[in-house]
Write a protein that binds this ligand. Structure first.
Ligand SMILES: Nc1ncnc2c1ncn2[C@@H]1O[C@H](COP(=O)(O)OP(=O)(O)OP(=O)(O)O)[C@@H](O)[C@H]1O
Length: 244
């Protein structure tokens, strides 16, 4: 479970995140939706302990990220915005390496890798070096790496960015499966359709602030709009930077 309360982050003159609060429960997919530059990545980066908040609180399973970052890192799986891979390692070696960093080894690690290869339909690419991998293939490796230690909380930054229809479907299926297994899933997107298709709860962010929060039905009824898309545009005040 993730709880964010009055989070702030500035970079020089730019206020990236201003007083952001939300809760993401276990067994629920929570979407952070907002146009480019809204503060989604910055919020996620604070949650995964890459940068420290200036003010406010962010807790993962009750643990404050700024106080006990190592504990938090064990409890989360992260698909960051930059998904750097080592070109000379195979897909399997990437997952192995991440597993080792999380203290897994031997038969348990091999079993977990096989599970992920199966789940993400990576059989054909598992033993190839990642050099030359397509966007979708790279995404699968990065996702497997994020999930190798079976984290309770999963943070995904724009997980379907640049993916074709089939790869997008595979990622959506995975996210739904994580929800069924009771994980807390938070993902960011500027694609309205993506958020509408997957999320149980939506946190709409614009200019570093939460401008609306609720289930898709709540957002529609609060704005008096029939379509989720119109509801988003109404709460954000424009459709600039959002994709359908
Ligand atoms: N390291 C940084 N230094 C300076 N400014 C930054 C830094 N990181 C983010 N910002 C600024 O903070 C604001 C929020 O950026 P952020 O990346 O969090 O937005 P976002 O909602 O994830 O956008 P996108 O959908 O484009 O990824 C932007 O104006 C951005 O330029």
């Amino acid at each position: 479970m993730i709880e964010v309360t009055n989070l702030h982050k500035r970079f020089g003159a730019v206020t990236a995140v201003e007083d952001v609060s939300f809760r993401a429960e276990n067994g629920v997919v929570t979407g952070l939706l907002g146009p480019n530059g809204a503060g989604k990545t910055t919020t996620l980066r604070m949650l995964y302990t890459l940068i420290r908040p200036d003010r406010g609180s962010a807790k993962v399973d009750g643990v404050e990220v700024a106080e006990r970052p190592l504990e938090v890192r064990r409890a989360i799986g992260v698909l960051p915005d930059a998904r750097g891979l080592y070109p000379r390692l195979t897909a399997r070696e990437h997952i192995q390496y991440a597993g080792t960093l999380h203290g897994l080894s031997g038969a348990a690690l091999d079993k977990r890798i096989d599970e992920l290869v199966e789940l993400l339909e990576m059989k054909e690419i598992a033993d190839r070096r990642t050099e030359g991998f397509s966007q979708g293939e790279r995404m699968k490796v990065a996702l497997a790496r994020a999930l190798v230690h079976g984290p309770r909380n999963v943070l995904l930054d724009e997980p379907t960015n640049g993916l074709d229809v089939m790869s997008t479907r595979a990622v959506r299926t995975l996210i739904r499966r994580l929800r069924e297994q009771g994980h807390c899933v938070v993902f960011s997107s500027h694609v309205m359709q993506e958020v509408g298709a997957l999320c149980d709860r939506i946190v709409v962010v614009a200019r570093g602030r939460v401008v609306a929060e609720g289930t898709p039905d709540e957002l529609r009824s609060r704005t008096g709009k029939d379509s989720l898309e119109e509801a988003f545009v109404t709460v954000i005040g424009s459709d600039q930077g959002l994709m359908q």
